[in-house]
Design a protein around this ligand. Structure first.
Ligand code: ARG
Length: 461
């Protein structure tokens, strides 16, 4: 039996396999609310423009409300033979209101309908992600304030480089997450144009008002070009790009948690709520959530890649390939939302072992740069020479199996006679971080003011 949607042109209906490959209802039912919102705006506009009668318009609006309510009550039966959310909603509307339902599709196409639904959905998704990221920033800022003075090693090449404060490390992520939020917000600004009324691709001969529907749906304006309106998936790609970069940030932090929770580092302890045990080794507290955040970043990046690859060869305007644009975006959103929540939970519960962090910061000659800086400042030595002198002192300490502060003044003077007792004062890790007061540096005072500023810039109240 031929399909009711395009049955006029066909003798028989689709094969079962065709129906299966063609159906998107399994995933695009997530658009039900946006689809109904879009239809209501379109219907209201058609009535205002005199394209649809008041009575038909009223019947359609009431019918759409009923469909919405049925879906939300879980009483709606989604049917694969009706392909997608658009046809499922319209078919049910026809059952409820009869003939007027068939007039709703005047001056529109599923091409502009799906593009509209998808933009509306992505806009909401961005708002949810933004809330989640704000929560994560809140947790990071709180740890930064609690540990503005906690000294830990800063690393390069994962080797202890210079002492920093734990709070400074947390604030680095506050900055990254702030940029992530900026990227999502840029994406939101650019996507906020309405494709509705572009119809299939060329616009329509009906006297529609695209500005009115755009406004009803909270868009800033209608998309300027009907062909672009139905062909563009930049907004989804941009969402996925922002999501991928954000996931990479979460993954780096996750990796640090994995390293820091090892017995060898033991800088931090995850709460029981965010640790798992081993079925065989009773002593274990595994950072599974952090490892999964690290793994799931790969999926989000995969989602970006898969949509880039779907889009790259498509001529304008719509091709059915574009039906496959939704699953990567849904997966990326669900994955990212969960990872952000898990990371916020891990960070807010995090216990920092300040003793252990300090001890690690002191090992490995991490204040060697401070000594070189002292030579420059006090002896007016060129930095390159100071670097060389300090290197010799590090070698001496290494040979003796001690730390830089353990060298006696006489030993130090054997390398550089100008060195005085004052040089020894710069060798403690506390003095080192306290001295890093340059803008953006790790000094505890800087961390406190950065955390304070972040509350103003990033966190609501
Ligand atoms: N389910 C389709 C999609 O997700 C809706 C648009 C169908 N348009 C078409 N010309 N076949 O892309």
């Amino acid at each position: 039996q031929a399909s009711t949607m395009w049955g006029g042109r066909f003798k028989s209906g689709p094969s079962a396999i065709m129906e299966k490959i063609n159906a998107s209802i399994g995933f695009d039912k997530r658009f039900y609310r946006q689809d109904i919102m879009g239809s209501k705006a379109h219907c209201t506009m058609l009535v205002r423009q005199g394209i649809l009668s008041e009575d038909d318009g009223r019947a359609i609006l009431d019918g759409l409300d009923q469909v919405l309510q049925e879906i939300e009550a879980g009483q709606f039966e989604f049917k694969a033979e009706l392909e997608d959310i658009h046809m499922n909603v319209e078919a049910r509307l026809a059952e409820i209101v009869g003939e007027p339902a068939g007039r709703l599709h005047t001056a529109r196409s599923r091409n502009d309908q799906v593009a509209t639904d998808f933009r509306l959905w992505t806009r909401d998704a961005i708002d949810l992600i933004d809330q989640g990221l704000e929560g994560l920033q809140r947790a990071l800022v709180a740890q930064a304030e609690a540990h503005a003075e906690t000294v830990m090693p800063g690393f390069t090449h994962l080797q202890a480089a210079q002492p920093i404060t734990f709070g400074h490390h947390m604030m680095a992520y506050v900055e990254m997450v702030g940029r992530d939020r900026g990227r999502f917000s840029d994406c939101r600004t650019r996507l906020n144009e309405s494709p509705l009324g572009a119809a299939a691709l060329a616009g329509t001969s009906f006297p529609i008002d695209r500005h009115a529907t755009a406004e009803m749906l909270g868009f800033d304006r209608p998309c300027a070009n009907s062909l672009d309106a139905v062909s563009d998936r930049d907004f989804a790609l941009e969402f996925l790009s922002a999501a991928s970069i954000c996931a990479v940030h979460l993954s780096r932090l996750a990796e640090e948690l994995v390293i820091w929770t090892t017995a060898q580092f033991a800088f931090v302890r995850l709460s029981d709520g965010f640790s798992t045990g081993s079925s065989i080794m009773p002593q274990k507290r595994n950072p599974d959530a952090a490892e999964l955040v690290r793994a799931k970043a790969g999926r989000v990046i995969g989602d970006l890649n898969s949509l880039l690859i779907v889009m790259k060869g498509l001529p304008l305007a719509y091709s059915k390939d574009m039906q496959d644009d939704k699953e990567p975006v849904f997966e990326a959103f669900d994955t990212l939302e969960l990872c952000i929540a898990a990371m916020a939970g891990m960070i807010s519960d995090l216990e920092v072992n300040t003793e252990r962090c300090r001890e690690a910061a002191s090992a490995g000659f991490t204040t060697a740069t401070d000594l070189a800086d002292w030579l420059v400042r006090e002896l007016n030595m060129p930095f390159r020479k100071a670097h060389h002198v300090t290197g010799s002192l590090v070698k001496m300490a290494e040979d003796k199996g001690c730390d830089l502060p353990d060298l006696s003044l006489e030993e130090m003077q054997s390398v550089e006679p100008g060195i005085t007792e004052g040089a020894k004062a710069v060798l403690t890790v506390e003095a080192s971080v306290r001295s890093r007061t340059s803008f953006g540096g790790t000094a505890p005072g800087n961390v406190r003011s950065a955390a304070h500023a972040a509350r103003d810039v990033f966190l609501a109240d």
